[in-house]
Design a protein around this ligand. Structure first.
Ligand code: PLP
Length: 403
């Protein structure tokens, strides 16, 4: 008998590893060398995990053989608690901190514990698509609100408010943003919190890029900004500490915990069903969060990440018919191309042709639940030399397809 996938998977997608990615693997298997600018995986481009974290993990591996508390190792949770206390967040206790196998797992657990069939969650468009996928998997409905390219990809508060219904349970923000690179001002965060308070929404703040900031921009965490609503703030090792393969992330609950007793019970239950997160990675969290933060050097104007970001932004904006908002944070650019100037039908066509003709892999804007069909996302992680070659090929590709 044939075996069918669950109907829960119908209409769900995750294009960062979708059909174009599959095609890239097939080309690689045929012997082609593909430049992969499709995924924010720093270590693959020589951004190594700080030595002290690797050292700690090696030294402690023998002590990490058993299960630990479902919410995480005490030392790791305490380090996370201090991280937020140092930013001025009050009223946090060790019970409010949870460690997961990356933010991905946390996204899955927090939404599964929350949603009933048809409950709505407000998610940015464009988004980091896992949020949308998991809402669907959990039986809920993702409702996308606009982040406006014309205003540096800031979220439109009016659009968010216009989409709130009696079924809306939660609001998600991604700050710094993937894929746009936007970093929200304190005022914007305050406005979002006020809106969530007005409509009694749970606020999820995905802040996994909170230390990857350019040009002196500051990050304002949503953690601790309200006592009226529950705020769940997430961070992790994958990007700030270039340790995506270690699968380590954390989340912190602040605000109206007394109104969320049932939800927190549900969270604790779900966390317990998967026993615990990677113990050896949790050992690295305390080391990562304390002391010298090497990421700060990489984002200085003279640092490797900032130089690559500037190069990529300038080179993309130099292509006639292409424009790109300069990112303030994270690892990505989300350029727009003028469909009327090229023979591409849409972003998917552009992305597939770029792969086939130039052997460069990027992701189309629709993969980020963006309704316009004229954007793509590119990561600027390769060294300047490799990035220059790749961007020149992208420029050539646009020229080859110019009408
Ligand atoms: N959230 C955002 C905004 C991301 O960009 C990513 C990864 O790219 C994740 C979460 C997942 O991160 P992790 O490696 O911690 O699962």
């Amino acid at each position: 008998m044939d075996i069918y996938k669950s109907s829960r998977l119908d209409n769900l997608k995750y294009e960062i590893r979708g059909p174009v990615y599959e095609k890239a693997i097939a080309l690689q298997n045929q012997g082609y060398k593909i430049t992969s600018l499709n995924i924010g995986n720093p270590a693959a481009f020589g951004f190594e995990t700080p030595d002290e974290i690797v050292h700690d993990i090696i030294v402690n591996i023998r002590q990490a053989q058993g299960y630990v508390d479902s919410r995480g190792l005490f030392a790791a949770r305490k380090a996370v608690m201090h991280y937020y206390q140092n930013q001025g967040v009050k009223n946090i206790m060790i019970e409010d901190i949870y460690i997961g196998n990356g933010v991905s797992e946390l996204i899955s657990l927090v939404l599964t514990a929350l949603l009933n069939t048809d409950d709505e969650v407000l998610i940015p468009s464009p988004d980091y698509p896992l949020w949308t996928t998991v809402v669907g998997l959990a039986g809920g409905k993702a409702v996308h609100y606009l982040c406006d390219e014309e205003s540096d990809w800031n979220p439109s508060i009016e659009d968010i408010e216009s989409k709130i219904t009696s079924k809306t349970k939660a609001l998600v923000i991604i700050n710094p943003n993937n894929p746009t690179g936007a970093v929200y001002t304190k005022q914007t965060i305050d406005n979002i919190v006020k809106l969530a308070e007005k409509h009694k929404l749970l606020l999820f703040a995905d802040e996994i890029y909170d230390k990857i900031l350019y040009d002196g921009v500051s990050h304002h965490s949503a953690a601790g900004l309200s006592e009226e609503i529950l705020i769940c703030t997430m961070g992790g090792l994958s990007k700030n500490y270039r340790a995506a393969g270690f699968r380590g992330g954390w989340m912190i609950l602040t605000g109206a915990k007394h109104k969320a007793k049932s939800y927190i019970e549900g969270l604790n239950f779900l966390f317990s069903t998967r026993l615990c997160a990677n113990v050896i990675t949790q050992v690295g969290i305390q080391t990562a969060l304390g002391g010298y933060q090497s990421i700060n050097d990489l984002v200085l104007p003279s640092g490797r990440l900032a130089r690559q970001m500037n190069l990529a932004t300038d080179k993309l904006n130099a292509i006639k018919g292409v424009s790109c908002v300069k990112p303030k944070g994270a690892l990505y650019l989300f350029p727009k191309f003028d469909l009327s100037q090229f023979d591409f039908e849409d972003d998917n066509h552009f992305v597939m042709s770029l792969l086939e003709e130039q052997k460069i892999l990027v992701v189309g804007g629709q993969g980020f639940n963006y309704k316009e069909k004229d954007h793509f996302r590119i990561v600027f992680l390769p060294h300047v030399e490799q990035l220059t070659v790749a961007l020149d090929k992208i420029a050539l590709h646009f020229d080859n397809h110019r009408l």
